[in-house]
Design a protein around this ligand. Structure first.
Ligand SMILES: [Zn+2]
Length: 325
């Protein structure tokens, strides 16, 4: 409450910069009101390649979505162990911007806005890219890990397509495009309204952007040191992106890994269209990352979602990096 009062009085003061109060205390002149109280971007360097994790916001979702094949009491115990509320919690939603050579690559685009789903705290990507000084028209390539609404919806916000470069290349696996022609939701477990919203968003995306798609089968080098690779599982065309340079590497895992996936890699997430395969993909990827020591960033890991994977008995352990700032 104190903070809000302070901010309000500052807003009132800063409304008329021309008649700036010259008798202000030494600490207040020139003090800018912060755009947001919590930082929404975090930069990492991988060799010569710049990686910026940007938060699209958070999605409050029912906790049953974490593990629809788990015994409810075990799921409740995990939430309790993590100091998380029992019924619904905020899933992080991250996108990544990569600069390699002359290319600027955006990986996924956040949720955008769907008035029917009441998720107003997400959909911040464009605003936050702007706040980071990144002009949408400077993006040369867009990589989509998959075509769920929380990864493509940002491209459908009014005015965004017009700001994007007309020659923007959109890389997505051919299997993903094919899947959304007639998507199967029979193995998912989503809140009401979600399957229809996901279908409609993918359809709209294809209508708006089909001429810019550059599909790949299994693997594609988007830029020097930036390789997208299809994993399947979460969706048949789900892909991950590995950034590697100068002996360092970082993998953006999209929706192959969730926060609960370290302790319980076999728990089925409600958004997985082939949950059994998704669990295999997750375990394989976590083993690879544990062996290599590469950095991991994933869409729904808590912001800034930069860490490494350790093996812990039959499970894995998330080891966040110490913030470097
Ligand atoms: Zn997602």
């Amino acid at each position: 409450m104190k903070l809000q009062q302070d901010r309000k009085s500052h807003e009132t003061k800063s409304k008329s910069p021309v008649s700036k109060n010259t008798t202000a205390t030494p600490s207040s002149p020139g003090r800018q009101k912060p755009e947001e109280l919590v930082p929404s971007r975090y930069a990492v360097r991988v060799g010569e390649i710049e990686v910026l994790v940007v938060s699209d916001g958070v999605l409050p979702l029912p906790t049953a979505m974490l593990a629809h094949n788990a015994v409810p009491a075990e799921r409740a115990a995990w939430l309790s162990d993590m100091f998380l509320p029992p019924d619904a919690f905020d899933w992080a939603l991250n996108v990544v911007l990569v600069r390699s050579g002359a290319q600027t690559i955006l990986i996924d685009a956040g949720l955008g806005s769907d008035p029917d789903l009441h998720l107003p705290r997400a959909g911040q990507t464009v605003k936050r890219l702007e706040a980071a000084g990144i002009d949408l028209s400077s993006v040369t390539d867009l990589v989509l890990t998959h075509m769920h609404m929380d990864h493509i919806g940002g491209l459908l916000v009014d005015g965004v397509k017009e700001q994007l470069h007309p020659d923007l290349r959109i890389h997505v696996s051919a299997a993903e495009v094919k899947f959304w022609e007639s998507p199967d939701f029979s193995h998912t477990s989503m809140p009401p309204g979600f399957p229809d919203a996901l279908r409609a968003t993918a359809k709209r995306f294809m209508k708006e952007y089909h001429s810019q798609l550059r599909t790949f089968e299994e693997e594609h080098e988007v830029a020097k040191g930036v390789i997208v690779r299809r994993t399947g599982g979460h969706t048949p065309g789900h892909s991950v992106v590995r950034v590697a340079d100068g002996g360092e590497a970082l993998t953006f895992a999209g929706d192959a890994v969730f926060a609960v996936g370290f302790d319980q890699p076999d728990w089925y997430n409600g958004f997985e269209h082939d949950p059994e395969e998704a669990a295999h993909v997750r375990t394989r990827l976590l083993r690879e990352l544990a062996a290599s020591g590469d950095l991991l960033v994933a869409t729904h890991l808590p912001f800034p979602s930069v860490g490494r994977v350790a093996i812990d008995g039959d499970a894995f352990r998330w080891v966040p990096v110490f913030w470097d700032y």
